[in-house]
Design a protein. Structure first.
Length: 315
């Protein structure tokens, strides 16, 4: 992994050797941030760091070794920032302080939220990439996407991840029972770029697509979504006010801790455990959640403007 990260950094290094830039923006570009702090003399432009989570956290079954490893990595990052504060001209957290987990970086290390408040600017609101007013005519969007007014649509997607084929297969296996519980159910399964759609089983009454343009429109128009635990998709659903089931990847600390903490703050989604979720259990959860009118916290639209304002000061 170190070799991959260093190779990625060298791509940027070669690029900025050949051409001058006024600004570098690292959107969770961990390798860029790490090696710039290891080699601060290589910084040649204003540099903005963006992230929507701070702090590596150990999974409970990782034991003392994983706890020690993550604390060590966090401590190194804290020391980098303290030693070379000039490297990051801006550090921007996509969200509000309350979106940060209340944990510590490790034993004898600072609280993550407290340290982040001292070292970051905040967008306060999440950045969805779309304007919610575009979805004011939800019936019109549904009609444009071919969703009937008398059917309840469940969109199943795992984004760009290749590891999501297992989840897709299990949800597909749940479809017959879900259809029995919700007779007007229509299921649209989106495989994404790294899963061969033709490799997935099909059921009568459902469809498997390799790709759909503007997936967020399908998510805003659906009656329920089934997704992995990534923050982008789940927050798009939260902003659109759609009910959803989400399955954090096992041993993925960001999805299990950081994403889940933020979604809990909004009161959004129903967290599911893939390891214990049978097709029958998924069908029951789907039937219970579909069409529900969520009462989520409001995802306001000001985040992008605040991020842009912080960045513009450096140009």
């Amino acid at each position: 992994m170190d070799e991959i990260l260093l190779s990625n950094f060298m791509v940027l290094y070669d690029l900025v050797q050949r051409e001058d830039y006024d600004l570098w923006i690292g959107d969770e570009a961990w390798e860029l941030d790490y090696y710039l702090h290891e080699n601060p003399e290589q910084k040649r432009a204003a540099y903005v760091w963006l992230t929507d989570f701070v702090g590596w956290l150990p999974m409970p079954d990782g034991g003392e070794h994983e706890a020690s490893l993550t604390a060590d990595y966090n401590e190194e990052m804290i020391e980098h920032i303290a030693r070379y504060p000039r490297v990051r001209d801006r550090a921007i957290f996509v969200g509000a302080p309350a979106d940060i987990v209340p944990d510590r970086f490790g034993p004898s290390l600072p609280l993550i939220r407290e340290w982040t408040e001292a070292h970051y600017d905040f967008t306060v609101d999440y950045i969805t990439g779309f304007d919610r007013s575009d979805f004011a005519d939800r019936d019109g969007i549904r009609s444009g996407l071919g969703f009937g007014s008398s059917e309840r649509v469940c969109v199943v997607t795992v984004g760009g991840s290749g590891v999501g084929s297992h989840l897709l297969r299990r949800v597909i296996a749940a479809y017959p029972e879900a259809k029995r519980l919700v007779p007007d159910l229509r299921m649209v399964v989106v495989a994404g770029p790294r899963i061969d759609a033709s490799s997935l089983p099909t059921q009568e009454g459902m469809e498997v697509r390799a790709y759909v343009p503007d997936l967020y429109r399908h998510l805003a128009a659906c009656d329920l979504a089934v997704v992995q635990g990534g923050l982008t998709t789940t927050m798009e659903l939260t902003a659109a006010g759609r009910p959803f089931l989400y399955f954090p990847l096992a041993h993925h600390f960001e999805q299990n801790f950081h994403v889940r903490h933020r979604l809990s703050r909004y009161g959004a989604g129903r967290c599911m455990d893939y390891a214990t979720s049978t097709p029958e259990g998924i069908a029951v959860a789907l039937a219970e959640e579909i069409g529900r009118r969520p009462d989520y916290g409001d995802v306001k639209p000001g985040g992008a403007a605040r991020a842009a304002a912080h960045i513009a000061e450096l140009i």
